[in-house]
Ligand binder design. Structure first.
Ligand SMILES: Cc1cc2nc3c(=O)[nH]c(=O)nc-3n(C[C@H](O)[C@H](O)[C@H](O)COP(=O)(O)OP(=O)(O)OC[C@H]3O[C@@H](n4cnc5c(N)ncnc54)[C@H](O)[C@@H]3O)c2cc1C
Length: 348
């Protein structure tokens, strides 16, 4: 077995939540180690312009913002290293956590902050990777305003797709919602709001339709898309069917709203509570924050916990709360450890 390196506090994830936690944890002398995961800097590195993070009136590039945070954390003594957590366990109740990485390295830690984010699901269609951040986005709240006056396409049929489509009507000429079935999965509330916008001419529904390809370039952005439709739905399963129609469609932006997958697989061995979709469940910390899990010493922050707001500023705020909650826990642990020798002597 590889010798384990012990850390007082380990933070899984180097997005906004993890780095914000690291700044506070380092300033509280908790000697944090941040493990970057497979996406150093997290989701914000996928966007070229963050216009809504407080403190930057002209906006700031996503990679620049996370790099600044990393430097700030390191200035106060945080370590940031490559490493992907494969398995997190706690072999003895109240003992340290055991953190196994995919490269075989092992750490132990007195406390752990899980800031591993949630990955937006993508379709894997041609053009999607190339144009991500250049007209293709997984966040309408973040990027919608950049495409003011353009026709926009939203992919999806659930609550998120309806909410994003409604939001985008503020900016778009017309919002087209592409959904592979006839019926939408969204709650009645969102379907009703969407139908109001359809009646007002702001949203058009392309049912039984799927996105096959996104065309454009980094310089020009999205120029058009190729869609397929079939009267019975799921056209990509029926591409050879003569009833399937393929056609090109002009839009200036594509928003994927087909859900997120929280990165929590590595937590199975902790027995921590996850919700039905795999999001980490947290409860009030001392100050009423929402970062303490049911496992003492294990905290959660950012998009891995928060399925609703999923914004950089909210993820950062939760990272701060998690670091402060973990600091309370570690202080208590110190007090217990300092008290233990005295108790042992008095027992003799
Ligand atoms: C294209 C795009 C544009 C956006 N634009 C904006 C915007 O303009 N404004 C805004 O407020 N929000 C924006 N968002 C949303 C914002 O990026 C997220 O809300 C925020 O990044 C969440 O931060 P996080 O730290 O919780 O998670 P993430 O940023 O997802 O970071 C998760 C981190 O965990 C790591 N990780 C995952 N699994 C493991 C593991 N097993 N071991 C170790 N590490 C692991 C990853 O490598 C990553 O570093 C945008 C999102 C996208 C996708």
């Amino acid at each position: 077995m590889t010798d384990a390196t012990h850390r007082r506090l380990l933070i899984a994830g180097s997005g906004i939540a993890g780095l914000s936690a690291a700044i506070y944890a380092a300033r509280s002398n908790n000697d944090p180690l941040v493990l970057e995961g497979t996406e150093p800097g997290g989701q914000l590195t996928l966007t070229t312009d963050v216009a809504n993070y407080p403190g930057f009136p002209e906006g700031i590039g996503g990679p620049e913002l996370v790099q600044n945070m990393r430097e700030q954390a390191e200035r106060f003594g945080a370590d940031v290293e490559h490493g992907v957590v494969e398995d997190l366990t706690r072999p003895e109740t109240d003992g340290p956590f055991r953190v196994e990485l995919t490269n075989g390295d092992v750490y132990t830690a007195d406390a752990v902050i899980v800031a591993s984010g949630a990955s937006a699901r993508t379709l894997g269609v041609p053009g999607e990777d190339l144009l991500m951040g250049y007209g293709v986005s997984t966040c309408a709240t973040c990027d919608g305003a950049f495409f003011r006056g353009e026709d926009m396409l939203v992919v999806g049929g659930g609550d998120a797709a309806m909410e994003e489509a409604n939001f985008l009507t503020k900016f778009a000429d017309t919002v087209y919602v592409v959904h592979r079935r006839e019926e939408f999965r969204a709650e009645d509330y969102w379907v009703d709001r969407t139908m109001e916008q359809v009646e007002a001419g702001n949203i058009e529904l392309l049912r039984n339709t799927e996105l096959l390809e996104i065309h454009g370039s980094k310089e020009a952005g999205v120029e058009h898309v190729t869609l397929a439709s079939h009267p019975e739905g799921h056209p990509t399963d029926r591409l050879d069917d003569p009833a399937t129609e393929e056609f090109d469609f002009d839009v200036g932006a594509v928003f994927l709203a087909i859900g997120h997958t929280p990165n929590t697989d590595f937590l199975a061995g902790t027995g921590v509570d996850l919700d039905a979709d795999g999001y980490l469940r947290t409860e009030g910390g001392r100050g009423g924050g929402q970062t303490a899990t049911g496992v003492p010493g294990l905290y959660g922050a950012g998009d891995v916990v928060d399925r609703h707001y999923q914004q950089a500023a909210t993820a950062g705020g939760m990272g701060v709360m998690a670091a402060l909650d973990a600091d309370d826990y570690l202080d208590d642990l110190d007090r217990v450890e300092q008290a233990e020798p005295a108790t042992a002597e008095s027992d003799d």
